[in-house]
Design a binder for this molecule. Sequence first.
Ligand code: NFE
Ligand code: MG
Length: 572
Amino acid sequence: MSTRIVVDPVTRIEGHLRIEADIENGKIKDAFSSGTMVRLLEEILRGRDPRDAWAYVGRVCGVCTSVHSLTSVRCVEDALDIVIPPNAEMVRNIMFCAQYMHDHVVHFYHLHAMDWVDVVNALKADPKKTSELAQSISNWPKSSPGYFSDLQKRITKFVESGQLGIFSNGYWGHSAYKLPAEVNLIGLAHYLEALEWQKEIVKVHTIFGGKNPHPNYLVGGMACAISTDDVSGLNAERLAYVGQLLQQGKEFIEQVYIPDLMAIASFYKDWGAIGGGLGNYMSYGDLPWNGYRDTSSYKFPQGAILNKDISKVYDVDLRKEDEVQEFIDNSWYEYKGKGGLHPWKGESKINYTGPKPPFENLDTTKAYSYLKTPRWKGNAMEVGPLARVLVGYARGREEFKMVVDKALKDLNVPVTALFSTLGRTAARGLESTLVAQWGLDFYNQLIDNIKKGDVRMADSSKRNPEKWPAKALGVGHSEAPRGALAHWINIEDEKIANYQLVVPTTWNASPRDGKGQVSAYEAALRDTPIADPKQPVEILRTVHSFDPCLACAVHLYDEEGKHISRISVLGD
Ligand code: NFE
Ligand code: MG
């Protein structure tokens, strides 16, 4: 007999995610992932000016801020055959890199670390030993015994007050926590430092895009004029500040994030064999050096891997109607036709058939989610850091090989350990180091261009709708922090006739398809050991390793979209 447990809402994520899992003999036998809110950006966009779409879709989510705007301007530029100047490409890339650095560090410390780090246990650490350990793994200056003992005193007061605040509702003391107290204290210290740090790196967006979250984009380029001596333009001082922020960001990643990740991972090597899931991975690729159309110039290569076979990488074509398709067999939508739809023909009509709240369980033999189910050539695919790193590795890219092989050696784990919860969490850190360096490379390229006298930032030759064809189709893609992201647009008579977003969390968190094939979360949760069904920290480990974002995934809150809260983890 299996017992069903429900985690709803899963916290320390963006949006509303519900996991139902059947536990049998101490393991998850089957799992169901449900997005419990609905968003309909697609309808909001219909009939609008395509040049404005970026401003709407950017608001899909405040976590992966900017990536939807980037993807949107790319899809409109694709439809209207607009090529942006190199400076705009570099600015977009630098913003992309800053976004990754921010998002991945925040994910690691604030959304995921508490699945591994026991905050309450950190109070038992010896500050002197903690200092020695910290100094043995990193040159990060804040590492004296006094620093750690002061922190411990602050947290002790907090815990004694009985109000854990941001640390309330954790499973502290759970047998699945394995770190020595000193490592827990380092993790806790850096959780707090990362909170301070993250507000700095986003200034890159405010300099180029006016604000964060949701910086400004522009169809045809970027909306920031280079003017080296103008106080209000992108002047020499501001450009220098960007360089400084990128450098500081890189230092934090190299001296804090990576050493912590490796230290924590070394105590959880068993998670290198848990949470693997599908074994199919896909990346659309991103970070062009030589123009968005030249996919071979991408720092993140494009490709798909099937059945963990990294000896073969398949090309992915977003224009072909039989490659990316969205199905609704188990989703609260209805289509005019049947089967899967390529996004250029995509539909988004809601049809909620689930139980009236409040309810105990979803009937998972029927539709159970507001997410659609995307497939690539019929295959369920995992997207995200692990997919990107594996595609880079399998494509033989030296930079990927170097970081991956070093991590495997340092942790003394086989390459198969990549196909796991630990592998996913490690891949996010590894790609952060690459992206931190690339951000500086793109920055140097931008400065070089400017020094050579090229200050163009936008091509406005096709911005006037009189020059547009009566009908145009476009697709734009990106690699959002959580994975492969694309938008498809149909422009008719200067307006948006249809707009579809297929986003990373839709790939990963979707319900099963009509053939019963599960998607990435459901696959990864199967066989996960659960020590205590009342405190399923193991579910959080694997689900958090994907860094869920349900706002992205189901593109507007339904005022009826109530949820019941059976197990509420780590604060609401
Ligand atoms: Ni809201 Fe998003 C990312 C996108 S996830 S976080 O990264 O696109 O589906
Ligand atoms: Mg969609």
